[in-house]
Design a protein around this ligand. Sequence first.
Ligand code: FAD
Length: 334
Amino acid sequence: MNLEDYQGIWVFIEIKDGQIAPVSLELLGAGRELADKRKTDLAGLVIGSSVEEFASTLFEHGADIVYMYDDELFHYYRTESYMRAVFDCSEKHKPEVILYGATPNGKDLASAVATDLPTGLTADTTILDIEEDTGLLLASRPAFGGNIMATILCKKYRPQMATVRPKVMKALPREIGRTGKLIKETINLKEEDIRTKVLEIVSETTKNTSIDEADIIVAGGKGLGSKNGFQLIHQFADVLGAAVGGSRDVVEAGWIEHHHQVGQTGLTVTPKIYFAIGISGAIQHIVGMQNSGLIIAINKDPDAPIFQTCHYGIVGDAAEVVPILIKAFEETLD
Ligand code: FAD
């Protein structure tokens, strides 16, 4: 493989519920820095149906080129068809880097593409850099339970691929009127070639706000004592109009479902306010919430590690402190 043949930084643009997924714009922000360092182009790769309208948004967020597969075949995300499109485009235009959001579809697609292209994949990256002269991507991610950061290199193969966690990179401010080159692609693929058929999409309906969109998160840990004790977290969140989060240990105890888990093996969140109640502050939890605007911790142990990360800390028993806060906020917000 001649590495010199591979040029340009690409971002797979995920379309979710008829919109560009926020992580794709974040990756264009990160990709812009890599492309400028390498003095090369930044491209967005869009796969979907009726997606042409998205090209201008991508140019305005930093893309120089948009490769587009716009076909009814791609209406729903399906591993097989999307993988074929990424493979086809990559073989044709030979990018040096392809970045994907570490979303369920992004992870699925990237790992499928990595089985077809002769290259590797770094999953769940949180820091990206590139060597200016060699073009070697430096993809860093927590390893060994979050205790060290590992920088993973793909020295001999191209494209270099990484999935990147949502909400870690920053999207560029929109530059109205910025344009680029739209390249429409087609692929020799028919509906009968695709084994998966999407019959119906069933959305999960929950009472709670989803934690990756919430401005305020009230998160609870094992310090709440029991599933019943954890109800305090729900009550407090209701008063504040907040989403409910939890540590891995409360998810494993069955006090709350996995999609509420914050941390290394859960979600990365950046709300304006994060309450960490009865949470010790293990590194695997901290990596998922440390960029929140304001962190307020409540813990009965004054030496709990969470107090190293929070902006404000209350040393006390959650069962006593939280009801006082609930009452105070109820009176204030009434
Ligand atoms: P504990 O560590 O048991 O802490 C409970 C805290 O509550 C203590 O600080 C205690 O002082 C306090 N407390 C007790 N009683 C009260 C009270 N009455 N009032 C107030 N405070 C009280 N963890 C995550 O959260 N997210 C992850 O994504 C994640 N991924 C992981 C991945 C790997 C590979 C590994 C090895 C671990 C992972 N963990 C993760 C687990 C993590 O290491 C911790 O075990 C976990 O975060 C601890 O949860 P906790 O703080 O709720 O419980």
